[in-house]
Design a protein around this ligand. Structure first.
Ligand SMILES: CC(=O)N[C@H](C=O)[C@@H](O)[C@H](O)[C@H](O)COP(=O)(O)O
Length: 237
């Protein structure tokens, strides 16, 4: 069974430290591997993991498919931005590699199609295209993607900002594409997850709401009288 079949109908949990928090104590392959093992125990059918070191550590501890990505740089395209990043994370043990498939320029000057080709030539990994619009999804499948995810909706100029998941984009991609479509981005409740499956999602990916204590705590602290004592506020006082 291929890795996409193994996660069909299930929850995928993204086990990553917050990208804009270099000092997040969760930024540690051992920690992320433990988090991954814990979510698998909770029923996750796959995990999404950032960077070759974390992918290797997670692979040593869990048997479910790892969707690997490699966040790098401060350019617009930062999720597995180059063919070299894609190949490296696949060789580290990711059975599926998630790659930015928006039409924005990539730091290595190559296209998404070139990047897919490089992964196919050098590895056995499947390719998951992270997109923000339906047009990007269609182009990604034409370029050879094995699956598409709504990951980047809300994070590009071409997509709407929202604090909710983009179920509309999900439904459009499901209607247009012959490949599995994963719902990803701001899925935080059972109701949102049910609605994604009703819309035809192959699987649903959830991240910070499960795996980032920093993110979760920051959302709860503002409801307390001591909110002003949070570290980010303390410095500016
Ligand atoms: C836009 C971007 O960089 N998304 C990243 C993709 O790997 C992760 O930072 C997200 O946590 C992941 O997509 C899951 O989403 P959420 O944490 O909203 O459930």
């Amino acid at each position: 069974m291929n890795a996409l079949d193994e996660l069909a109908g299930g929850l995928v949990v993204s086990c990553q430290p917050l990208p804009d928090e270099p000092d997040d104590p969760m930024r540690d392959p051992y920690v992320q591997a433990r988090v991954a093992a814990s979510v698998v125990r909770g029923g996750a059918l796959a995990v999404r993991v950032n960077g070759p070191d974390d992918v290797r550590a997670v692979r040593a501890l869990v048997d479910v498919p790892v969707i690997g990505l490699y966040k790098h740089g401060t350019d617009d395209v930062f999720i597995t931005p180059t063919a070299a990043h894609a190949v490296e994370v696949a060789l580290a043990g990711a059975r599926i590699v998630a790659i930015d498939a928006t039409d924005r320029p990539r730091p290595d000057g190559r296209t998404f199609a070139d990047t897919v080709r490089a992964v196919r030539e050098r590895t056995e990994a499947l390719v998951l295209a992270d997109v923000s619009t339906a047009a990007e999804g269609v182009a990604a499948v034409e370029a050879g993607a094995d699956a598409v995810a709504t990951t980047l909706s809300g994070y590009t100029e071409a997509s709407p900002r929202s604090d909710q998941p983009d179920l509309e984009l999900l439904a459009r991609l499901v209607a247009l594409l012959p490949v599995p479509v994963l719902a990803e981005g701001r899925y935080r409740t059972t109701e949102q997850i049910r609605r994604a499956f009703e819309a035809g999602a192959h699987a649903v990916v959830t991240g910070n709401a499960v795996t980032s204590p920093l993110w979760i705590t920051r959302r709860l602290v503002p409801a307390t009288p001591r909110a002003g004592d949070a570290p980010e506020n303390r410095e500016s006082r």
